[in-house]
Structures are given as structure tokens and as C-alpha cells.
Design a protein around this ligand. Sequence first.
Ligand SMILES: Nc1ncnc2c1ncn2[C@@H]1O[C@H](COP(=O)(O)OP(=O)(O)OP(=O)(O)O)[C@@H](O)[C@H]1O
Ligand SMILES: Cc1ncc(C[n+]2csc(CCOP(=O)(O)O)c2C)c(N)n1
Ligand SMILES: [Mg+2]
Ligand SMILES: [Mg+2]
Ligand SMILES: [Mg+2]
Length: 352
Amino acid sequence: MDEFALIRMLNGPRGHGGGKRSPDDSGVTVGIGDDAAVLRPGSGTELVVSCDTMVDGVHFKPETMTFADIGYKAMASNLSDLAAMGARPRWALVALAAPRSLPADKLQGLYDGLYACAEKYATAIVGGDTTSSPSGLVVTVTVIGEVKQGRALLRSAAQPGDAVFVTGPLGGSAAGLRAMLERREAAGPLELLPERLRPLARAHRLPEPRIQAGQLLAAVEPRQCGALNDISDGLASEAWEIAEASGVTLILHGERIPLMDELREYAAAVQADPLEFALYGGEDYELVGTVRPDYRAELERMFEQAGLRLWFVGEVAAAGEDGTDPAIGVTLIRSEGGVPAPVGKRGYNHFA
Ligand SMILES: Nc1ncnc2c1ncn2[C@@H]1O[C@H](COP(=O)(O)OP(=O)(O)OP(=O)(O)O)[C@@H](O)[C@H]1O
Ligand SMILES: Cc1ncc(C[n+]2csc(CCOP(=O)(O)O)c2C)c(N)n1
Ligand SMILES: [Mg+2]
Ligand SMILES: [Mg+2]
Ligand SMILES: [Mg+2]
């Protein structure tokens, strides 16, 4: 199949795209098929743009992900960065570098996953690029969203006194990854995995970007939310990013960090500390953020009303206030009443 036939197959009538599955209010003047897409942002909005790549052997292996999972997660991990800015997703571009030997039905599976996630979050795929790759598969997604002017939520907006929250259980993805690699079987349907591993594998293979939560946090008037970040490299690493960008210390309480029961069971079975998965594992794609302390109860109420939940896991202190060194950074109180200990600035790092 030639390059152009492949693009038609993946995005045309035999695939899912070609604008056919675009959201009703897609704002697309020109979509797939010309030199570039032409898009109409809403009035009074600012564009929010981000891209992330998934690479064979780095982000996935045959044991960890099906092709549909790779597509779903490539879109979800990108949309997660829009969620972390409080943006509404609008459009996406998909750059694909595929080995010539990769069968077309595998690529179609990848696109099923991409379109499934894009549709779920009302995102129109408006273009991309297709090339051959001399080695493994590489998928890069670029997402474009919008936010009301001046409303984007930044890493630099945490203030001393803020409460620190996360939007869901952490560490499940990293535990799922480890469990699947240990099994040494090709990834198949989640239902074929032992029940105790399913939620962990799901967290790794099919993460959900917290789009609704991000938009809710950005919409609060007058502004009560501080910093926001999504958890791609682990809670420790993302908390450090907020601490450095805001010039503060984040104090985390170990016993308040939400963990799935299945993570606790898995960690016990492999004699590991479940908190290590949450702090340093990564790929949870939950949000970590801060809120002014007086607004905490109201925010909880708003989340509950929207059918969402928040977990309060710590507080923000002025740099150095808790007596630890370095002054700016992240500390952990393992069990209530204990003393804060510095949390290393580590997590997933491509070049460390
Ligand atoms: N090669 C690059 N050229 C220009 N800017 C880059 C490049 N790589 C990353 N950045 C920018 O650096 C900042 C941090 O990027 P980073 O990829 O760490 O964030 P992220 O996407 O939230 O995290 P992750 O990639 O772990 O999901 C972003 O503003 C990003 O656009
Ligand atoms: C086979 C395999 N080995 C290791 C990992 C773990 N991993 C890879 S990239 C990353 C951080 C997020 O990516 P990025 O920073 O590029 O957004 C993590 C935690 C994996 N997913 N698959
Ligand atoms: Mg990135
Ligand atoms: Mg991010
Ligand atoms: Mg990263």
C-alpha cells in the first residue's frame, strides 16, 4: 500500500475519520486533505497547544500494550496536558512513523484507539504526517485546545497556605507495567488478565485524561485555584515542577495519597512499598494541583456535584518553612505526626 492509500485507509470512510466522526461543533474549515488544516477558535479564547511522542521500546512493548492501547494512550496522554492547563480540547494532529513491515490491520487498530479517545473527549483529528521508520513505531500527537482568555492554570501559581490535591489513585499504572512485563505474555484483551491485575493494567494501557476536572478548576470565579500539572513522570517529579515554578515547598502526607487496593496487594506480593509506585512510577495522568485553603470545601462540593472526586494530599509552605533543605522542593510526612523528609527530584527521566 502506498503512503496516500494508507492515509486514506486510516482516516477515510473505511477508517473512522475524514471529519465524519468530528464533534458537531468542530470549528474545522479545512481538515485532512490539504497542505494544512484551517481552524476557527472560539471568540475570547486563547489556544493551548502541546505535543507528546510514544516510541516502540520506550513507551510500549508487545507485552504491555495492544495497538489500540497505543493509539488510545497516545491521544489520552496528550489530552492530559490540555487538562493540566484547564483547557477544552478541540483538535489533534497525528504524526506516524511506522516500519514498512507493520501490517495495515495493526495500524488500523492503532487508529481505532486514537479515534476512540478523540471522540470521547470531543477532539477532531484534523491532520498529521505519515512516514516509514527504519526501526520501531513512533507516534506523535499534537493537541490544540482553548481556554477563556487569561484562565489557563499554570505550574507557577501555587501559594503558601494552599491545599494540595490529586484527582485519582496513583501508582497503578507503574505497577501494571511491572506486572505485565513480569508475565512475559503478549498483551491481549484486559479480560484475559487475572482479576487482581486488571485495574492496574487498565491504568497503564487506557488512562483517562481529567478533562472535566481541569475545565472545572479553570472556571472557578473569582480565581481560587493555584497551580495545576498532570502526572506523567510521577507525583514527586510533578510536585517538584510546581514547587520550582512557584518558588515554594510542597508537603505531602503519605497516608493521604490515594492508592488502589490492587496496588497495595501487588506491592505486598513483590515486597515493594506501594508509595514508591505513586511517587516515582508515572503515567497515571491524574492531575495534581493546589487550591486556596478557604475554598477547599466548596471545591469538594463542586466536584461531587459534577460526579468527580478530589483527594487532599498535602499543603504548600513558604520555601524553607518546614525547616528542610533545599528550601524549595517537596517533602513527605510518611505517617501523620511524623517529621517531613525531603522527596528526591526523581521520576521517569528519558536521559537520566
Ligand atoms: N524538543 C523540545 N523543543 C522545545 N520545547 C520542548 C521540547 N521538549 C519539551 N519542550 C517543552 O518543555 C516543557 C516541558 O515539557 P515536558 O515534555 O517535560 O512536559 P509534559 O509534556 O507535561 O511532560 P511529559 O512529556 O512527561 O508528559 C514544555 O513547555 C514543552 O513544550
Ligand atoms: C516498555 C515500557 N517501559 C517503561 C515504561 C515507563 N515509561 C516510559 S515513558 C514514561 C514517562 C512518560 O512518558 P513521557 O515523559 O515521554 O511523556 C514512563 C513512566 C513504559 N511505559 N513502557
Ligand atoms: Mg512532553
Ligand atoms: Mg504534563
Ligand atoms: Mg516525561
